[in-house]
Design a protein around this ligand. Structure first.
Ligand code: DLL
Length: 440
C-alpha cells in the first residue's frame, strides 16, 4: 500500500481528510438525507419516533434541521433487542457485536459487508493519523470477541498493510515476551492495560523503552493528560487517543494526530457530531462542554440517528497543525453515568486520576468506592503506594492526597493508600467506580 504524502504528512484518505469545510458540509447533507430515508423506511422504531415527533426525512433541508429529529438512546436499543434496530434483512448482516453495559440486556450492533469494509478503512485512517505506516508491526492487545476493540483494530491494521499480531488482552507476561521478541512499533490497548503491561515489564526486568515500540494507540475508556505523560515516559512511546463506541461502529470514530496529540479528529465524512446540554437537550455553541451526540452517515445495517453517547466533552473548530480539516473533539472527561455527585459537586474519575498521578509516591492504579452513611454519599479513593515507599510514610501520603483533592476539586474524599498490587488490575476497560450503595 502506498500512502499519499501531503505537505503536512501522511494521510490514508488525503482528499477527504483535508476537504474544505463547505464541501464536507455538502457531503454530509447529501449522506444525511439518504440515511434518514433508509432509517425511516426500514426500521419500525424510527418510523414510530419520527412520526411521534412530527417529522419525516423530507423535512430535512439543511443540516440544522436535524435538531427537530428525535434522539436515540441506549435504552431504546435494549428495548429493540436483539435485531429490532436492523435496517436490512438479517441475512445481509455478516457480523454482530454486543456491548455489555453494566445492567440487563446487552445492546446489539450489526454490520453489512460494506459496513465492515468502511470500518476497516476508517480504522486504517485512524492508525495513519496516529503515526502508523504500512509495514509496521502491530501488537494488538485489545480484547477480541464481542468487544469491538480487538477486531476493529485488527482489520484496520490489515487494511493498512501492517503485520498484525492478534494477542488480545490478558496473559501479561506473554505480552511482554512478544513485545520484546517481535519488536512491534504500535501497541493497541486500553490505557489502563498499557499501564499494567508497563508494570509487569518492570517486574520482569525488561525495559520496554529500549525496544522498538514507538506509538501507543489507546482508547475505550477515559484517561487523563497526566496518564498520557506517565505512559509516554514508562513505555518510551507517544501515546495517542482513539475514540469509538460499538453503537456507532467501534474504534475509529475519531483519532488524534501524532503531530498535535490534542483532541481527536472526528471523521465527519461518515458521522455527524453534536454537543448538547444533557438537561435541556439543546445543542450547545462550539467550544462548550456537554454530551456528545452522533449520527451515522454511512452505516447501512444499523443507522443511528442522534445517538446519545453519554460521553462528556467539547468540540473545537481551531485549525490543526496536521492540515486535516475534520474538527477535533477534546478528551472525553467521562460518561454522564460515571459522574459522581459528591455533596453537590460533579466529579469524574479522570479528575481524581490526574491528582494521583501528581503524587510521586503513588502508582496510578485506583478505584472509587461509593457508600452511603445515613443520607450522605461517601467516596473512598483506593490507590497504591510505589514499591519503594516505606509503610511509615503511608499516613502522610494519605493526608496529602486528601488535601489535594479538597483544594483542586473542592470535595472531601476518604483516601486509602494500599500496598503495591492490591488494587485490581485491568486487562481491558478498567473498573473505576464501585458503587456499594444498596439499590433502592
Ligand atoms: O470502547 C470502542 C473502542 C475500542 C474505542 C478501542 C477505542 C479503542 P464500547 O465498548 O462500546 O466501544 O465503549 C464505548 O467507551 O462511549 C466512551 O464512554 C468510552 N470510550 C471509548 N473511547 C474512549 C476514549 C469501545 N478515547 C465507550 N476516551 C464510549 C474516553 C472512551 N472514553
Amino acid at each position: 500500500i502506498m500512502l499519499n504524502r501531503t505537505d503536512e504528512g501522511y494521510m490514508f484518505d488525503p482528499e477527504i481528510e483535508t476537504m474544505p469545510r463547505d464541501q464536507l458540509a455538502a457531503l454530509q447533507l447529501c449522506k444525511l438525507k439518504k440515511i434518514l430515508r433508509h432509517a425511516y423506511g426500514n426500521v419500525p422504531h424510527y418510523k414510530n419516533t419520527f412520526d411521534a415527533a412530527g417529522v419525516t426525512p423530507s423535512d430535512l433541508k439543511s443540516i440544522h434541521d436535524l435538531v427537530s429529529f428525535p434522539f436515540t438512546t441506549k435504552d431504546e436499543l435494549r428495548n429493540n433487542y436483539p435485531f429490532g434496530m436492523f435496517a436490512v434483512p438479517r441475512d445481509e448482516v455478516v457480523r454482530v457485536h454486543t456491548s455489555s453495559g453494566s445492567t440487563g440486556r446487552p445492546t446489539v450492533v450489526g454490520y453489512t459487508m460494506k459496513d465492515l469494509d468502511l470500518w476497516s478503512s476508517l480504522m486504517a485512517r485512524t492508525m495513519v493519523c496516529a503515526g502508523t505506516r504500512p509495514g509496521d508491526f502491530v501488537h494488538n492487545a485489545l480484547g477480541y470477541g464481542l468487544f469491538t476493540g480487538g477486531l476493529g483494530a485488527h482489520y484496520g491494521a490489515e487494511r493498512l498493510g501492517c503485520t498484525v499480531m492478534p494477542v488480545s488482552g490478558g496473559s501479561t507476561g506473554r505480552q511482554i515476551a512478544l513485545l520484546r521478541d517481535f519488536g512491534a512499533r504500535l501497541l493497541c490497548a486500553t490505557p489502563s492495560y498499557a499501564l499494567n503491561i508497563a508494570e509487569q515489564a518492570d517486574r520482569d526486568g525488561y525495559d520496554i523503552r529500549s525496544g522498538e515500540l514507538e506509538i501507543g494507540l489507546f482508547g475505550a475508556e477515559p484517561w487523563s493528560e497526566a496518564m498520557r505523560s506517565e505512559l509516554d515516559e514508562r513505555l518510551g512511546i507517544k501515546a495517542v487517543d482513539c475514540y469509538g463506541l460499538s453503537e456507532i461502529m467501534g474504534p475509529g470514530v475519531g483519532a488524534e494526530c501524532i503531530e498535535a496529540r490534542n483532541g481527536f479528529h472526528a471523521w465527519e465524512d461518515c458521522f455527524l457530531f453534536e454537543i448538547i446540554d444533557p438537561e435541556t437537550e439543546q445543542p450547545l455553541p462550539m467550544g462548550e462542554t456537554g454530551e456528545l451526540v452522533i449520527t451515522t452517515l454511512a452505516k447501512w445495517a444499523q443507522p443511528m440517528i442522534r445517538f446519545r453517547t453519554r460521553d462528556v466533552t467539547q468540540m473545537t473548530d481551531e485549525p490543526c497543525v496536521c492540515g486535516r480539516t475534520h474538527r477535533r473533539i477534546l478528551r472525553i472527561t467521562g460518561r454522564n453515568d460515571d459522574m459522581l455527585i459528591i455533596r453537590g459537586v460533579n466529579v469524574f474519575p479522570s479528575q481524581i486520576e490526574a491528582i494521583l498521578l501528581d503524587c510521586p509516591d503513588i502508582d496510578p492504579h485506583y478505584q472509587l468506592l461509593v457508600q452511603r452513611t445515613g443520607t450522605m454519599d461517601v467516596v473512598t479513593v483506593e490507590t497504591e503506594a510505589k514499591q519503594s515507599v516505606p509503610l511509615d510514610d503511608y499516613a502522610k501520603i494519605t493526608n496529602d492526597i486528601e488535601n489535594h483533592i479538597k483544594s483542586k476539586i473542592g470535595v472531601t474524599c476518604r483516601v486509602v493508600v494500599l500496598r503495591p498490587g492490591l488494587v485490581p488490575r485491568s486487562e481491558g476497560k478498567a473498573v473505576r467506580v464501585r458503587d456499594l450503595r444498596e439499590k433502592e
